[in-house]
Design a protein around this ligand. Structure first.
Ligand SMILES: Cc1cc2nc3c(=O)[nH]c(=O)nc-3n(C[C@H](O)[C@H](O)[C@H](O)COP(=O)(O)O)c2cc1C
Length: 218
């Protein structure tokens, strides 16, 4: 595996300088760049590699207008040329994910034995989650980590993003053509585009309040 050490300074700078941007220039994001950024989001890890999330890219007027309404008129979807909708798929483990096992085996990443055991392992794990009502939460983890990867990749490419809460889930589903899909959940909305503002770092709580050694709270 290629050593990532040489890029550490760059990655560190990118992570530290990313900000949530609320205003965007209308300039379109070139399609190959958008594709690359989404591909980088899909590089994010996922539980059992089940990839229980999807990304919907919305660039059309109509879709962005519907998302603007779904967010109660926040400026981001009105201004940003691209809106990304991260969809959590809690039922992924019930579906045929043979493509996942086959690909991992073909690439030599998983042994045949591991790949054959994986569907049953994943099913047992998720049946337990389902009994405890945690399916949604676990799929949202997959979606959120993909969204995080995209935020960093976008900033490295000179683009801006902002994670967004504050939308009506049914309206967002309608805007992306997933109306009535009770098996899906919206994890996050994210505008993507060239920034029309600069934002200062709002700071983080003192490290002593949020980082502990060995024991929580100490
Ligand atoms: C899950 C999540 C939801 C957020 N929702 C919104 C939102 O609806 N509108 C908004 O303007 N910012 C939203 N933010 C951005 C936060 O306000 C922002 O991350 C925080 O103030 C820290 O600023 P920074 O991202 O520039 O470091 C959200 C952030 C997260 C992680």
């Amino acid at each position: 595996m290629e050593s990532p050490a040489a890029d550490h300074t760059t990655v560190s700078r990118i992570i530290r300088s990313r900000r949530s941007i609320r205003h965007y220039r209308p300039d379109p994001v070139p399609a190959p760049l958008l594709r690359e950024l989404v591909d980088l989001a899909l590089e994010a890890p996922s539980s059992f590699n089940l990839q229980a999330r999807s990304v919907v890219t919305v660039t059309g007027e109509e879709g962005r207008k519907a998302l603007t309404e779904a967010t109660g008129g926040q400026p981001h979807p009105q201004e940003a040329p691209v809106m990304l909708v991260f969809v959590a798929e809690p039922g992924a483990w019930r579906e045929d994910r043979g493509d996942v096992w086959d690909t991992a085996t073909r690439l030599g990443a998983w042994s045949e034995r591991f790949a054959v055991a994986s569907p049953d392992d994943a099913r047992l794990f998720h049946e337990n989650l389902w009994r405890r009502g945690l399916e949604r939460e676990y799929a949202v983890k997959d979606a959120m980590i993909a969204a995080s990867f995209l935020m960093i990749a976008a900033h490295a490419a000179g683009l801006a993003t902002s994670p967004m809460n504050g939308w009506d889930e049914d309206e967002v589903k309608k805007a992306i053509g997933a109306e009535g899909r009770d098996d899906l959940h919206i994890a996050l909305l994210m505008p993507l585009g060239y920034p029309a503002e600069t934002r200062l770092h709002p700071g983080r709580r003192d490290r002593s309040l949020t980082v502990f050694s060995e024991t929580y709270g100490r």
